[in-house]
Design a protein around this ligand. Structure first.
Ligand SMILES: [Zn+2]
Length: 431
């Protein structure tokens, strides 16, 4: 199939998707699922809609495999974050094609990927592709908020719909220049989000006579300062060791801190979260009256751990930084922190695509500082899930700035690259 046809087909589909408002909350993803269903059925695919709430459907389509090889899931989500039209230079739900880009909320996160994956499976179906194992397309709801009506719910209530050996999802594919060559970042692991709450205790009293009270807010300020000063030596895990190896050489543990400090700022900002704990106090509440000294102050900290680490592993260091004081520490729900192995047929397929499409460029593994829906698949089925959607035309720094922000757009060239990539992976794993 000529690539211009792939490009036009994906562009049209993306424009239609962008014109549907699926801002979450409330989501309303069913309108996107129905649009995709109509498109896929025209190519002979049968679709299934799964919905806990009628307005929030998840769509799953598949090309059944010959039963001779691994199954592959092309995963994406159809909900987006909010957009304020005042901040945009075009209507965020226009799907406008301008300057070689398709504009609209979700173009990068991640309706572009939705459209590319749908185009990939639809065009393969039309060609009569019979994969070794099932090729599955899932466009799910509720990724941006997570109230358990999207992939988490599917994995639990309809596991047969999404149980697969391999998965390609969002969260990677940026092309960056490091160590003298271009490399594409492939996300193979994600940090764990493990927030905690500090309840800082004092004694309330009238604010006109502070001496008779013990201000919990003032105590909390000291504790926040100590948390902000918490430093742990950077540490390599298999993913980051492989990253350094791909870029040149793996520093000895004692050298790591010095090596990281010597990196250019943008590289350092990217690598640092992959080397240890990230901790940010983000919320605080104390007295609700101007004239009442608070006896209790509640501080919530966003805390991200390396995959493999648990809250218990870092609690000692956090308590040591806080020192003796009048507080109690309470962990809030931890989520994510999963990883997939590095040496897999999916990795090889990604590497082969890059080698052919962008000679001289390589692929390196990265640990995402956040997390995606991939962790549900890894936890439920042990699926090998990577975040990879190659992007070559748009500058990765610009793309990072546009996600969840105004004037979000995707380069048509990158959309087409995504379709070719997903077709390549499906064809390679499904041989
Ligand atoms: Zn997303």
């Amino acid at each position: 199939m000529a690539t211009t046809n792939l490009r036009d087909e994906a562009t049209r589909l993306l424009q239609e998707l962008l014109r549907l408002n699926t801002v979450n909350p409330p989501g309303n993803e069913t309108i996107a699922a129905e649009l995709l269903c109509g498109y896929l059925e025209e190519s002979g695919l049968s679709c299934e809609l799964y919905a806990l709430e009628p307005e929030r459907a998840n769509l799953v389509a598949r090309i059944p495999g010959r039963g001779e090889g691994p199954s592959l899931l092309l995963l994406s989500h159809t909900d987006t974050v909010i957009a304020d039209p005042e901040e945009w230079s075009v209507d965020p739900w226009s799907g406008e094609l301008e300057d070689g880009c398709i504009w609209g909320r979700g173009a990068l996160d991640m309706k572009g990927h939705v459209a590319a994956a749908a185009t990939a499976i639809a065009t393969l179906a039309r060609q009569g592709f019979e994969p070794a194992g099932d090729l599955v397309f899932a466009a799910t709801a509720d990724e941006e908020v997570g109230v358990d009506v999207g992939l988490s719910w599917l994995c639990r209530e309809h596991p047969e719909a999404v149980r697969t050996d391999y998965c390609v999802n969002e969260g990677g594919g940026e092309r960056v220049f490091v160590g003298g060559r271009h490399v594409y970042l492939c996300t193979t692991a994600e940090k764990m989000s493990a927030p905690f709450r500090l309840n800082v205790h004092g004694r309330s009293g009238h604010a006109s006579m502070p001496g008779i009270a013990d201000n919990a807010l003032v105590r909390a300020a000291r504790l926040i300062d100590r948390l902000a000063g918490l430093r742990q030596p950077p540490r390599l895990i298999p993913e980051t060791a492989a990253l350094f190896a791909a870029l040149g050489d793996v520093p000895a543990p004692a050298e790591l801190e010095r090596v990281v400090a010597g990196l250019p700022q943008d590289a350092r900002e990217m690598v640092e979260p992959m080397l240890g704990l990230a901790l940010s106090p983000t919320m605080i509440s104390a007295s609700e009256r101007i004239n009442v000294v608070p006896g209790l102050c509640e501080v919530v900290c966003d805390c991200r751990l390396l995959p493999g680490d648990t809250p218990e592993d870092v609690e000692l260091a956090i308590r040591a930084a806080l020192g003796e004081d009048s507080y109690d520490l309470e962990w809030i729900d931890a989520i994510g922190g999963t990883r997939s192995p590095l040496a897999t047929p999916l990795w090889d397929a990604i590497e082969a695509f890059v080698a052919e499409d962008d000679p001289g460029a390589g692929v390196v593994p990265v640990v995402s500082p956040g997390f995606t829906d991939s962790h549900f698949l890894r936890e439920a089925f042990g699926t090998v899930a990577y975040g990879f959607f190659p992007m070559r035309t748009m500058d990765p720094e610009l793309a990072a700035r546009l996600i969840h922000s105004a004037d979000e757009r995707i380069a048509v060239e990158d959309l087409e690259l995504g379709v070719r990539f997903l077709r390549h992976v499906a064809a390679t794993l499904g041989q």
